[in-house]
Design a binder for this molecule. Structure first.
Ligand SMILES: [Zn+2]
Ligand SMILES: [Zn+2]
Length: 164
């Protein structure tokens, strides 16, 4: 998936690996070698990825993790609060939640580019609406779908030709 200007990661005391190990211990499970490979690979760089991209990525770097382990571990990482799910038009993407500031997204439905942004107005709306409904807001999902500048530019010459 194409990326655009990720935000700066936050400083955290425990590594994602330590957090995951704790989470698994509580459930009576172990941080197995495939899971360790996965979490290190995932937290190496911030991006939005889906399960298939992750599988392809691991294959390209000759790391042996089965597809079922990838799917199951992704679910566990979401449950552990380390990853966040992002519902895009036709699939589910993942990104770091732990150690990364909260933000919202724009999604280009043509090239699948995901752009991150921060906007105080959205946070204010969240607080106002929550207050009106007696809610204590813990999070929100907000995604703008549309066409990115690159795809708009690629489209317009064709459009102009259509008119001739
Ligand atoms: Zn695009
Ligand atoms: Zn993001």
């Amino acid at each position: 998936m194409a990326e655009h200007a990720p935000l700066s990661p936050m400083l955290v005391t425990d590594s994602p690996e330590e957090k995951f190990r704790e989470f698994l211990e509580i459930r009576g499970e172990k941080l197995t070698e495939p899971r360790r490979i996965l979490i290190r690979h995932i937290f190496d760089s911030h991006k939005h990825f889906d399960a298939d991209e992750l599988v392809a990525d691991l294959r390209a770097s000759a790391r042996k993790v089965s597809r079922s382990t990838v799917y199951r571990t992704l679910r566990l990482l979401v449950e552990a609060g380390l990853l966040r799910e992002l519902r895009l038009t036709n699939r589910t993407a993942y990104e770091h939640d732990y150690g990364y500031p909260s933000h919202d997204h724009l999604h280009c439905t043509e090239c699948n580019r995901v752009v991150e942004f921060n906007n105080d107005e959205i946070r204010k709306i969240r607080e106002t609406v929550s207050l009106e409904h007696g809610f204590r807001a813990e999070g929100h999902r907000f995604m703008i779908t549309g066409i990115c500048p690159t795809c708009s530019r690629a489209r317009s010459p064709r459009r102009r030709l259509d008119l001739i």
